[in-house]
Design a binder for this molecule. Structure first.
Ligand code: ADP
Ligand code: GLC
Length: 516
């Protein structure tokens, strides 16, 4: 599966040249006494401001966690939701137009906790109603290639010092296809600043028409098969993989899976090559410190492993809010984007088993319209036992994790998955397929339940196993306690990132010394 970026409305300019390859700037050797490095994160989502899924959570939490070690700042497009977020924005720099990418300004937003966010201000590209990627009705913005090329080039210009924001990163860390051109533009500018590219989901590739090359200011070499070319198109995701100094993805298992035909989305050969060269690693995501069941202000009542009353209160809230019968039956939850990846169709297949065994199911999410319709239809069939809210809000998501006994995550593939970590923290045992980060973060029979095959039969057997555990309060309680203590916090998960950054900065350092 790939998400093709519709590039229909891009104006192709024959007269404007591709961005010229500038001569390599002279390197400056930085002080070895200053261990705190300047890192720029480049992302299209950030939970504080705009979110469609886990990328936003990681983009918000990882820089903050790394902030203990480094000066980490974030660059994000100035979407309407960002511009009207209520945080003040001070213009600190500007960038000129290049090829068909318009001029823009850079604003600085200081979050109350000290995180510094650079906002790429360009109303014609970003200030419109909808999601970061489309109009919210399933249509991608036709000018996405320009919108996200502008993001990548802005990051490269910040790294080159041309944005005049009085801050230049030692290392740039770009995330997913929307930021994929960042390492590429950095390379074409001749920068020696190391770059890391993280794949959060290989299936979303930002593939665009080859004819857009000049309009985005890409040099001819971009269209080579070892570069951005992907089945006759140009891939923004592949640009990130091709040009970054190192590629990471968000779990060790997914890092292996994406080198196979089954999970590689057509890029497996290229990724195998990167893996052979030691340039691909899997680093498991974490969760932020707000996931604290005793004090989370989103919950109707806090709880802990010593006192479960608050968990019951959240379950009651969920039952009332979703219109489920008020009883103490096993409560299953789905909190998910409703897309093929997440295997919601498989959950429809086990729903009857849940109900027949006295369970209830509450579903919160939104996504592909036909899956939304199927979910609504399911809820209509089992009034009082199955209910769905099509939409998303953070408080209800957290109350569902807190109130449910089991979280269903039968994903076909799952690069990492955060919901199963949130659920464990809130004593809801995940029932998940053994793939990607689910395999790496759930201990079968200890902190949750795993099944292997993408089939209703395999899933159903595991749901029955979970129901059996629910009937044995002592075992259930022991599993809940183990899940809550699993400790996926970012503070334990940043070390591999730090080591990677230090290594890349060290390599850069050596390079800079070796230049006459
Ligand atoms: P993914 O990023 O693939 O959706 P993750 O498990 O990594 O999966 O992250 C899910 C995050 O997104 C959680 O914070 C979850 O609460 C949230 N979420 C789930 N569904 C939606 C949605 N429809 N819109 C916005 N956020 C959602
Ligand atoms: C993607 C993946 C998800 C991962 C998230 C954050 O959306 O689908 O598995 O947890 O990114 O890395």
């Amino acid at each position: 599966m790939s998400i093709a970026v519709n590039a229909g409305s891009i104006r192709l300019s024959k007269t404007q040249p591709a961005i010229a390859l500038s001569p390599r700037p002279l390197l400056q050797v930085r002080s070895t006494h200053d261990d705190k490095k300047k890192i720029l994160f480049v992302t299209s989502e950030l939970t504080d401001l705009i979110k469609t899924g886990g990328l936003a959570d990681v983009s918000a939490a990882l820089p903050r966690a790394l902030g203990a070690l480094h000066d980490v700042r974030v660059l994000i497009p100035g979407y309407a939701q960002v511009m009207r977020s209520g945080h003040s924005i001070r213009v600190v720099g500007s960038l000129s137009a290049q090829a068909d990418l318009p001029a823009c300004r850079i604003g600085r937003m200081d979050m109350p906790d000290g995180l510094i966010i650079y906002v790429l201000i360009c109303p014609e590209l970003y200030e419109r109603e909808g999601s970061p990627y489309g109009d919210g009705h399933g249509n991608d913005w036709p000018d996405n290639p320009i919108r996200f090329a502008r993001l990548g080039l802005a990051a490269a210009e910040i790294a080159a010092g041309t944005a005049c924001i009085r801050w230049a990163p030692d290392l740039v860390h770009a995330h997913d296809w929307p930021a994929g051109l960042t390492p590429a533009y950095m390379h074409w500018r001749g920068l020696h600043t190391p770059s890391v590219f993280t794949i959060h989901n290989l299936a979303y590739q930002g593939n665009i028409d080859m004819s857009l090359r000049r309009s985005l200011g890409l040099p001819h070499e971009a269209s080579g098969p070892e570069r951005m070319e992907f089945y006759g198109k140009l891939s923004l995701l592949k640009a990130g993989i091709a040009y970054a100094n190192h590629v990471t993805t968000v779990s060790a298992t997914y890092a292996e899976e994406i080198t196979t035909e089954e999970f590689g989305c057509g890029m497996e050969g290229f990724l195998r090559m990167k893996a052979r060269q030691g340039l691909l690693s899997g680093l498991l995501n974490g969760i932020d410190e707000s996931w604290e069941p005793e004090s989370d202000p989103h919950l109707v009542r806090g709880f802990s492993a010593r006192n479960w009353d608050g968990k019951v209160a959240n379950a009651t809230y969920v039952r009332e809010a979703f219109g489920l019968e008020l009883d103490g039956s096993p409560l299953f939850a789905v909190v998910s984007r409703l897309v093929h990846q997440k295997g919601v169709d498989l959950t429809l297949g086990v729903a009857e088993t849940i109900v027949r065994n006295g369970g209830q199911l509450a579903i919160l999410g939104q996504g592909e319209p036909h899956i939304e319709d199927e979910v609504r239809e399911l809820a209509r069939r089992y009034p009082g036992r199955i209910a769905a809210h099509i939409g998303f809000n953070e408080s209800d998501a957290r109350r569902l994790f807190a109130g449910s006994d089991f979280l269903l995550m039968p994903s076909r593939y799952e690069p990492c998955g955060l919901s199963q970590m949130y659920a464990q923290r809130y004593a809801s045992l995940p029932i998940a397929r053994r793939t990607g980060g689910l395999a790496d973060s759930i201990e079968d029979g200890v902190t949750g339940f795993l099944f292997d095959e993408t089939s209703v039969a395999s899933y159903r057997a595991t749901v029955l196993r979970a129901l059996e555990v629910h009937r044995r309060p002592q075992l259930h309680c022991a599993m809940r306690c183990r899940a809550m203590a699993a400790g996926f916090f970012w503070r334990h998960a940043i070390a591999p990132y730090d080591r990677l950054y230090q290594r890349l900065l060290g390599e850069r350092h050596e390079v800079s010394h070796s230049i006459p």
